[in-house]
Design a binder for this molecule. Structure first.
Ligand SMILES: Nc1ncnc2c1ncn2[C@@H]1O[C@H](COP(=O)(O)OP(=O)(O)O)[C@@H](O)[C@H]1O
Length: 219
C-alpha cells in the first residue's frame, strides 16, 4: 500500500505512522525525521533545514522533494510506504504525482487526522521525545517547566524539540492551514481522502485508522 498521512502538527502523525507502518508491513517515511537525522549528523542539509524548522517554516521544496524521492527509491519502499510529513504543500503533492506516475504506481489513500486546534497546542507544548527513537513520545502537563525524564520504553533521554516551543507551534499551525491543508482538496479531487478523528487513546486511533483504510480499500 502507498499511503500519505496528513494532519496538523500534534495530530499524532508520527505515533500513528509507526504503528500503521508496522501493521501494514511498509516503511514509515518521515521527512521531519530525515531532517532531524541530518541535523544531528550536522550535514549541510541539516544546517539549512534547521534554520527553517526552528522558525516554524517549511524547508524549501528544492531540497525536500529530492530528499523524499531518494528515500522512496530505496529497495524497502518498492512495494509501498507510509509518508508522514510529505507532501506538505501543493507543489510537493504535484511532484509526488509525477514521480508515482513515472513508476506507473498510485496512492491507495490519504489519511487525514483531524484534531481541534486548542488540543494541538496543548499536546505539542507538553510533548517530549526519546533520543533513541522518535516514535517514543511522552506528554507532560501543559505549561509545566521542561523536565528531563527518561523514556518508559527504552530508558533513553527525553527532550523537547526546538520547534515545539509555543511561539513556533503557532507559526507551524499557520503554515499548516495556509500551505498543507490545500493538499487535502488536491487529493479529494483524486478520491483518495479518508478522514478520521485523532482524539482518544493512541491504540483507539490506530484501530480507527486501520478500519478506515480497509474500508477505503474495499470501496
Ligand atoms: N515535506 C516538508 N516540506 C518542508 N518542510 C518540512 C517537510 N517535512 C518536515 N518539514 C520541516 O520539519 C518540521 C517538523 O516536521 P514534522 O517532524 O513532520 O513535525 P510536525 O508534524 O509535528 O509538524 C516542519 O515544521 C518543517 O519545518
Amino acid at each position: 500500500m502507498r499511503i500519505v498521512l496528513v494532519g496538523p502538527p500534534g495530530a499524532g502523525k508520527g505515533t500513528q505512522a509507526a504503528f500503521l507502518a508496522e501493521n501494514l508491513s511498509i516503511p514509515h517515511i518521515s521527512t521531519g525525521d530525515l531532517f532531524r537525522a541530518n541535523i544531528s549528523q550536522q550535514t549541510e542539509l541539516g544546517k539549512l533545514a534547521k534554520s527553517y524548522m526552528d522558525a516554524g517554516n517549511l524547508v524549501p521544496d528544492e531540497v525536500t522533494i529530492g530528499m523524499a524521492k531518494d528515500r522512496m527509491e530505496q529497495p524497502d519502499a518498492v512495494n509501498g510506504f507510509l509518508l508522514d510529513g510529505f507532501p506538505r504543500n501543493v507543489s510537493q503533492a504535484e511532484a509526488l504525482d509525477v514521480a508515482l506516475k513515472a513508476d506507473d504506481v498510485k496512492l491507495d489513500a490519504v489519511l487525514d487526522l483531524e484534531v481541534p486546534e486548542d488540543e494541538v497546542v496543548k499536546r505539542i507544548a507538553g510533548r517530549r521525545i526519546c533520543r533513541n527513537d522518535s516514535a517514543h513520545v511522552f506528554h507532560v502537563a501543559y505549561k509545566q517547566p521542561k523536565t528531563e525524564g527518561v523514556c518508559d520504553v527504552c530508558g533513553g533521554e527525553l527532550y523537547q524539540r526546538d520547534d515545539d516551543k509555543e511561539e513556533t507551534v503557532r507559526k507551524r499551525l499557520e503554515v499548516y492551514h495556509s500551505q498543507t491543508e490545500p493538499i487535502i482538496d488536491h487529493y479529494r479531487a483524486q478520491g483518495l481522502v479518508v478522514t478520521i478523528s485523532a482524539l482518544g487513546e493512541v491504540a483507539e486511533v490506530t484501530e480507527r485508522a486501520m478500519s478506515a483504510l480497509k474500508q477505503s480499500d474495499e470501496g
